[in-house]
Design a binder for this molecule. Structure first.
Ligand code: ARG
Ligand code: ZN
Length: 851
């Protein structure tokens, strides 16, 4: 494989030419698809030099090339087609190319490929160059017309339908777009359809296209789509802008979904749902991803990114918008807690290791390696902070200005910040550090109480990250409330704006020393380092009016207890047990919230906590501590637990609503604890009686956790063996609950089973991802976990480098462990690096992880 070069943000130059129009014809064939492209091109007036024309292209067989109708012989290499400046006409010209490609052999799933007999595409980030010769960069926007020739019954592309007949269909997209938003689908598909009328009265045909037989599993996705469309009108004033909106579900897909203009393509696991196949988490995820891709129509498509360094411009904003949407559809407090759990487990983890990078990176080898938790999740947090700092009204005016000013453009983070500066008059240059500097700030807080004056003093530390040894203090919005010792709130939430390395804030007129509730709603993505006695945490868990911080108090306590148990064999803390018992049985609290409080911190989170304390985490001890805590909790909750379970075990007909999902979550949490006392007896009957996939998986998981469930595994497989997306749960559960010493062997047996389609990204990610998520199993001192993951990355890489590279992040925390483990992990990473023909995707990841 030829060396791929590093690209730098600092090297950005506008493209030499403009493409006014693109006409594409596809003659589909599994092994010999012909792609005819006619491009109307003229020199870019923004570029004074008269440059050659260089088009990206990879893996294309050029059949013919004509410039203004005349056959020419351009210069070709492995990545491009070039026509020298002196061979180009002075003004506008037309370039026609015909290439041949083989979608059937495309296992990388970038460009045009086949999945179960259907054709589909994935062009973001740089897949269009595998379809035809083109300037494959987001700042080149053009109008696309597409003709598809094939005998397959359903032929789809972007924009509006422009005619169809026997064996062909034409599509016309009136909105100029970059090539990464191009899409084509052809197959024997069925539609689940609905109609939508936009606020200004435009009728839109909505279709979700699936394989025959799956039509009855589309209702929830369709409902989510309609709610998303309405919400974007009401909250952001954004209307849909085409006559049709198509969504297609495909089984082979590297990521979650893709926002191609008017033709979103989804990983089938994020579309298909019915009560018997999808868990409540699946429903919530489908709703969020449908919304996310739909919202991209404005934040991503109408306004796109100038270059891939600006990826967070569309992704951070669109994640922020889908979080807002989910909060509106469900419980804001529960959503916020779940989002922070994800942020900490994925983004803080990334930010704390060798793969740390800024929300807006400055260089990359393979851009697909930067579709990360930092760009997405931290990118969304940065927007949340901006909104807190300027206030809701200014946020809305800034967004209106953004849409007005940049519609139809390819924009930058500078453009984005400028609209906020113009609307508020603020200088956001310090705020911009959140985009340019990597790493999670540590925020220390000290309190003082003197003569009726209460002072909070904050100190921020911005730890070094790869390539960024020294950092500046950041702007940190710190939302704070103060409680009386009797539990009443004396100072409701206010926002402190921290801008210096160390800063104090005073509160006067208080009768007694208050208890502070700091960083309410998780107002900034920082690690709050506050020493507080367990009694104070328990007090906040009982009294805080801010739901996030109420949960956070219990979570902080649980983390401290687990860390102390793992580090020095401390006993389970009675303060934690009592506080949690009070929450569990408090019927005035939302069941979903109580279920979240009962969810113990993940072992990887504790390893992260221990590492942040400057100590070395021992995965085996963390594992033992977590089990011991769960066991002690089951005993402490006593008989009340059975009562709670019975009360929640009602016969209401299934609904995927947040309220019902919350009750199910609490019921399953109770079941998990109960099975630690009865050896799984109740869970076995719950499995037999389960009326939804949530209950089925919940009961099975409770059984496996206590070493039971073999018969249930067999019956689950008998029932769902033909539904691969459902069977992913079956595979993941077995690995998640395997004993640490056996986890690698269990994963090896499952992934190596005859007929297991490990080449499918969902299957691969499920098994290898589940092993990586079994903290004590992956990091088992034998090294078997490291070895198995490396073996399979090497096996997948030649076929699908993108997915191999993503899954390789299993190793991103390796430097935090002891010398013996580090040695084993390093040896595996070096073994990967030594492989002949390693992809540039996986190579970049492994080189960065080795530092
Ligand atoms: N833009 C898509 C989304 O966030 C992600 C697709 C990225 N795909 C890729 N191969 N890098 O919804
Ligand atoms: Zn996105």
């Amino acid at each position: 494989m030829s060396e791929q070069k590093t690209v730098y943000l600092a090297d950005y130059l506008p493209y030499s030419h403009l493409i006014d129009k693109v006409d594409l014809t596809f003659r589909l064939h599994p092994t010999a698809t012909r792609v005819l492209a006619r491009l109307n091109i003229r020199p870019n007036p923004a570029r004074k030099d008269r440059d050659h024309l260089r088009l990206d292209g990879e893996g294309l067989k050029l059949v013919s090339c004509r410039l203004d109708g005349q056959a020419i012989t351009p210069t070709l290499d492995a990545r491009s087609l070039t026509i020298a400046a002196h061979e180009l006409p002075v003004g506008a010209f037309t370039l026609e190319t015909e290439v041949e490609i083989a979608p059937e052999g495309n296992t990388a799933l970038e460009g045009l490929y086949m999945s179960n007999g259907m054709y589909c595409t994935q062009c973001e980030a740089e897949g269009f160059r595998k379809i035809t010769y083109y300037p494959d960069r987001p700042d080149v926007m053009s109008r696309f017309k597409v003709r598809i020739e094939s005998d397959l019954p359903v032929l789809l592309s972007n924009g509006n339908p422009a005619g169809q007949g026997q064996g062909w269909a034409e599509w016309d997209d009136p909105w100029p777009k970059p090539a990464y938003l191009f899409a084509l689908v052809a197959g024997d598909l069925r539609a689940h359809s609905a109609k939508f009328v936009t606020a200004s009265g435009r009728p839109v045909d909505l279709n979700i296209w699936v394989r025959p037989g799956d039509e009855d599993r589309c209702a929830y996705a369709m409902d989510s789509l309609i709610r998303s469309m309405r919400w974007d009108e009401q909250v952001y004033g954004r209307e849909y802008d085409l006559d049709v909106f198509n969504i297609v579900a495909v089984d082979d897909f590297n990521m979650g979904a893709m926002e191609n203009k008017g033709l979103n393509i989804f990983n089938s696991r994020y579309v298909l749902a019915s009560p018997d196949t999808a868990t409540d988490d699946d429903y919530a995820r489908i709703e969020a991803i449908i919304a996310h891709e739909y919202f991209h129509n404005w934040t991503g498509n109408r306004i796109t990114c100038r270059d891939w360094f600006q990826l967070c411009l569309k992704e951070g904003l669109t994640v922020f918008r889908d979080h807002q949407f989910s909060a509106d559809m469900r419980s804001p407090a529960v959503r916020r807690i779940e989002d922070v759990v994800t942020l900490r487990s994925r983004q803080f983890r990334e930010d704390d290791g060798p793969l740390a990078h800024p929300v807006r990176p400055e260089s990359f080898v393979e851009i697909n390696n930067f579709y990360t938790a930092t760009v997405y999740e931290k990118g969304a947090e940065v927007i949340g902070m901006l909104k807190s700092l300027v206030g809701d009204q200014a946020y809305q005016r800034a967004l209106d200005l953004y849409f007005d000013r940049h519609d139809g453009e390819a924009a930058t983070i500078e453009d984005w910040l400028k609209v906020f500066e113009d609307v508020t008059g603020r200088d956001l240059s310090q705020f911009k550090l959140w985009y340019t500097e990597a790493g999670t700030p540590r925020l220390k807080v000290e309190e003082a109480w003197n003569d009726g004056i209460y002072t909070l003093t904050f100190t921020q530390k911005n730890p070094p990250t790869p390539g960024q040894p020294v950092k500046q203090p950041k702007v940190i919005p710190i939302k704070v409330g103060l409680l009386n010792p009797n539990g009443d709130e004396v100072v409701p939430t206010i926002m402190l704006e921290m801008t210096r390395a160390k800063q104090s804030f005073r509160f006067e007129g208080l009768a007694a020393k208050p208890v502070p509730s700091i960083l309410r709603g998780f107002s900034a993505p920082v690690v709050l380092e506050r020493k507080a006695p367990p009694e104070e945490r328990a007090f906040l868990l009982a009294h805080d009016t801010d739901a996030f911080n109420k949960w956070e108090a219990g979570r902080a306590l649980a983390k401290e207890v687990m860390a102390a148990m793992a580090l020095k064999g401390a006993p389970v803390s009675p303060a934690w047990l009592d506080a949690l018992a009070a929450v569990t049985f408090d019927d005035t609290l939302d069941p979903a919230f109580r279920a979240l409080c009962l969810r113990l911190p993940a072992e990887d989170d504790i390893a992260q906590t221990i590492h942040a304390m400057g100590r070395i985490p021992d995965p085996a001890r963390i594992h033992a501590a977590r089990r011991e805590m769960a066991g002690a909790l089951a005993i402490r909750l006593g008989e009340g637990l059975s009562r709670l379970y019975r009360d929640l075990d009602d016969n209401a007909p299934f609904s995927p609503s947040a309220a019902q999902a919350g009750r199910r979550a609490l019921k399953i949490a109770a079941l998990g604890l109960l099975s630690r006392r009865d050896g799984g007896r109740l869970a076995a009957s719950a499995f037999a009686r389960a009326r939804s996939m949530t209950e089925e998986v919940g009961a099975l998981s409770a059984l496996l956790e206590v070493g039971q469930g073999q018969a249930e595994l067999v019956s689950f497989a008998a029932r769902w063996g033909r539904d691969a997306n459902v069977m992913d749960k079956w595979h993941a559960l077995q690995i998640a609950h395997a004993e640490p010493a056996e986890a690698a062997a269990v994963a090896a047996r499952l992934i190596g089973a005859p007929g297991f389609d490990w080449k499918n990204p969902n299957r691969f990610r499920t098994v290898i991802g589940a092993l990586a998520a079994n903290h004590a199993g992956f990091h088992h001192r034998s090294g078997a976990g490291y070895r198995l993951v490396a073996d399979w990355l090497l096996k997948l890489d030649p076929l699908n480098p993108q997915t191999a590279a993503r899954v390789s992040t299993a190793f991103e925390t390796w430097p935090r462990y002891d010398a013996a483990r580090r040695k084993r992990a390093r040896a595996e990473l070096e073994r990967i690096l030594a492989a002949p023909d390693l992809s540039s995707d996986l190579r970049e990841m492994v080189e960065r992880m080795l530092g």
